[in-house]
Design a protein around this ligand. Sequence first.
Ligand SMILES: *[C@@H]1O[C@H](CO)[C@@H](O)[C@H](O)[C@H]1NC(C)=O
Ligand SMILES: *[C@@H]1O[C@H](CO)[C@@H](O)[C@H](O)[C@H]1NC(C)=O
Ligand SMILES: *[C@@H]1O[C@H](CO)[C@@H](O)[C@H](O)[C@H]1NC(C)=O
Length: 639
Amino acid sequence: MSFRLAFLFCPVYMLFPESPPHLTASRCMGHACSPPVGNLATGRVLHTLTGCCRNGTQELCSSFQQPCSEDTHPPAQMTDDPFLHPDTWWESSADQGQVEEIRLDLESRFCLTHMVMLFRSPRPAAMVLERSVDFGQTWQALKFFASNCSSAFGLADDTIQPGSLCTSRYSSAKPCSGGEVIFRSIGKDKEVEDPYSGEALALLTLTNLRIRLLQPQLCSGAPSGSSRGHNNNNNNNPESLPAGALAVATKRRSVPSKPAPYAVYSLLARGTCLCHGHAEQCLPAHQDTDQLPPEGMVSGRCVCSHHTAGEHCETCAPLYNDRPWRPANGSSGQPNPCQKCECHGHAESCHFAPRVWLATGGTSGGVCDNCQHNTVGRRCQRCRPGYHRHPAMPLTSPHACTRCWCDPVGSIPSQSNDEAPWCHPRSGQCHCKAGVGGVSCNQCLSGYWAFGPEGCKPCACPHKCDAFTGHCLDSDKLYHIPIGGKIPDLLHILSNEDERTWSKELAVSALYYTGKCSCKERKLRGVADLCKTKHTYAIKASVLSAHDKGSHAVVLVKVRKVLRSGKVPVSQGTHSIYPLSWTSRGCTCPILNPGVEYLVAGSEEVETGRLLVTLQSLVVPWSPMLGHYVAEGLRQGCL
Ligand SMILES: *[C@@H]1O[C@H](CO)[C@@H](O)[C@H](O)[C@H]1NC(C)=O
Ligand SMILES: *[C@@H]1O[C@H](CO)[C@@H](O)[C@H](O)[C@H]1NC(C)=O
Ligand SMILES: *[C@@H]1O[C@H](CO)[C@@H](O)[C@H](O)[C@H]1NC(C)=O
């Protein structure tokens, strides 16, 4: 008796030691891991329909004399320590033909690997093992046990037809006491490679276990056959059950000598908490008290590793949703951990977005939630509007994004109603008014003056002027800051700064009052036309502004392309060109309108270093075709 129990229980009792946390962590490290296996019934209440003395006097069984005062064979004796209490058992007082059941309700989902029952009474002639996966709402038979499967349940016997749901292996009347009933969830004909696969879980998981004892049987020489036989009868042959019907098996029958009531020494429901290979320890589901679970109890709440979370490690931890959750691989041992989202320290959690996952080719699908520290973006990698990257702080710093500061005088207010001033999220460059520069738009650009609410005015000089008085200054370093030039990071916002409309004060009047003078339009019909006049320079240029200097005019252009140059050096950038027509005609001929891009070809004045525009100069609005012509002309050497 004790020997047999020792054999059955020994592994279970050895497998639930309290291990220190650091040891716990290391077994799961880089590997699939499992919590210890134990008896799911230990520490839990087993429900039975009857007991020996449950109501003080009414329920009676073989071992008792009337009246009883205490049930000395309660269900808990099926799960007590078989070493300390080898001779304890649960005893039913179910009447003949009455169904008895043993039910184990679990508070969570668990895995049952196998079940072993050790009967004190003869094993039932018919019984069924059932499970529920929905906390008792529906039940599913795991195995039928009967000495005659076809007559009891209408099922094939798995000793004849392997894989059948019924077996006759554990239903013979002998031994009269100490007979086992064994069930395995997997193994033998239910071979499963990976215990964490969906296939395995379908076989292993349960929330409730129920054993329905349908038919007792008589064993000649059984201990204390019946001490309360009222209706002795002559027919105790289990084979006489009508075929196929469960209900029929429970039907009251007459027996010659009453079979002993069901009595069970031990019930082992061997299993473990359900953690998908991501935990090696489980704790009680509700840990609101300091009370330790009963010794040997298998608790249901996994202590998750591999960055998983949930009662069963069935989800990823909040900040680890960069790829879909997966169970560990029990065959290869791969832990399949959850992957951390890169949120640069600005988010507590992230969620998995299938669309992002697809877009990244299945490498990263995490989207950070509620980016903190004024960051935005899938990975909290940008500064939110009104903030820009602090030049000295790493992106992971809580101070990585700093508030924009834009001079209220020189900057254009943000369009949105955002309370913060707008600046470029990377450079911090504010959106400046015309002629204004500086990161915060707090000063005039070179070549402009009179910083104020209207921006800055262009200097009325060929070069620079005093930023406050507008007085012209001589300078060799001409236009190293492009006038009205683009600030690189603002390119996408100011799509084409040169196309902005100029106020009439800023442009030279003559250019706008073209009606005052008429210029003969020169038509360029082909390369030959280009070659008729000797042009020392040829440029593609857009006109920025023109300035009336009294005796002459200066036109500021931005040179886009230098097709030809003579002794006066010309390069891409801002240059001045000098129309000679001004003094004689009062206008620039040919006409140079601000904002327009031209092909300009003309002569130069080497002494003063000026590029001249004469009546013979070619000034034609630029087109790519024209560029092609000119390039051809240059190659053929006509220019
Ligand atoms: C025992 O008592 C319970 C409740 O106290 C009752 O539901 C049950 O029917 C009783 N059993 C018998 C056999 O009288
Ligand atoms: C089981 O019962 C059926 C019908 O009662 C009978 O035909 C069959 O021989 C029995 N099988 C065994 C193995 O006793
Ligand atoms: C688990 O690992 C084995 C062996 O490497 C592999 O064949 C199997 O496909 C893996 N299972 C899953 C679900 O990835």
